[in-house]
Design a binder for this molecule. Sequence first.
Ligand code: KIV
Ligand code: ZN
Length: 521
Amino acid sequence: MTQPDKARIKIFDTTLRDGEQSPGATMTHDEKLEIASMLDEMGVDVIEAGFPIASEGDFAAVKAIAEQTERATICGLARANVRDIDRCWEAVRHARHPRIHTFIGTSPLHRAIPNLTTDEMADRIHDTVTHARDLCEDVQWSPMDATRTEWDYLARVVEIAIRAGATTINIPDTVGYTAPVESADLIRRLIAEVPGAGDVVFATHCHNDLGMATANALAAVEGGARQIECTINGLGERAGNTALEEVVMALKVRGDILPFATGVDTRKIMAISRRVAAVSGFPVQFNKAIVGKNAFAHESGIHQDGMLKNPENFEIMRPEDVGLSATTLTMGKHSGRAALRSKLSDLGFEVADNQLADVFVRFKALADRKKEVYDDDLIALMQVEERTAEDRIKVGSLRVVCGTEGPQQASLTLSIDGQDASADATGDGPVDAAFNAVKALVDHGARLQLYQVSAVTEGTDAQATVTVRMEEAGRIVTGQSADTDTVVASVKAYVNALNRLMMRRGKVSGDLPEVSYKDAG
Ligand code: KIV
Ligand code: ZN
């Protein structure tokens, strides 16, 4: 895939660490393993698999990913202390190519958190990078909030990290503050002025608070960075991280002015984008570059006419280049199992025989209610199937009375650990009534933070996708579901969030504290 005349850029994917850290984006152990295997297959160079000291669950996921991964380097995150670094090494050392990534906040604001003087912090960096390098040959070091760190201090600590044995120096724009010219200059200047800089790889790690993450990452590459840190769909805290699909496609499409190559098979982009959206519960915005639903849709008359004459009139890349099949109209109620399986496989879902039987029943039910079943309908159906497979609480039946003559009422039956339980409730509208019925059956203190509905396809018989985000004692979870009945989809999404909450409660480890990467030091 790499073209010989182009400099090779390493793609470092942090969907499972910085992306998963996004409030509400928690993934299960199996989902993390699945995403890691898709990343490996698509040709990502480094997978940051998690933050091993954060919890037993994080540790187990990083270790399992290290053990299963065939090709990519597996990296774990560690704060600047021996305990974090040792725990990280325990998890990644099983990998064919392990890496320890250790970091500390170096800007004035971040230096104040561990309350270290600049000299004390410099010593800490020396000691921790040396310790990491004693354990592992491949050590990445990051001065968190580098773009708001004084130049002299940044240059000083980068030199210390290089002397202590770091092999990659990552320059994070932690709060998405920098701009392209500055991003390029900073890397260029570090490479030119820091002794030993020529012996290490410089990486760029950008956040998207001002919408400049992709531009900043590409500018850093022009300044000399040879590793881009990014996430699928730009998943990440606040406005997210640099989106993998954007930088990879920008380098591919604009090779004329950006003579750099990656090892990523771009045809695998859509499948992983959909999986990450499904397992994280963070839907992709319709007009998102590369992977948004509208990214290749040409609705207006002028565009359609131009497209028919020559697709290059309006398309700078072909849908197939990112793994999007040309057809969207898929199946009807007469389609059989073999056709369904083959269609699902085109969409990136490989289903075993026993799963196919279940999916087929649900597909037939959907086809009975909906005239046309599109790709997006099947994707929504599969995502619901996978999100709810292990749920302890399941929706049995729901009947709702609504309309202009109140009160709105809901009668609900849930199956909780295999036992049926029913309740009636009223509310301010059908969704409120149905949610009150759930609360009557499942006592919880979680607060509803977000309730969002969107149509999967066009038409009044379209399925609604509902996303629900809930918070309980600082734990944030996202639930999702889809159905042609919006109230049913809402209750299923709400119940899915409650199931995830129960899983999160069980995730907190015994002897290791749940930690945040912001408590650096
Ligand atoms: O944004 C950031 O600074 C980070 C570091 C831990 C590298 O994610
Ligand atoms: Zn980050």
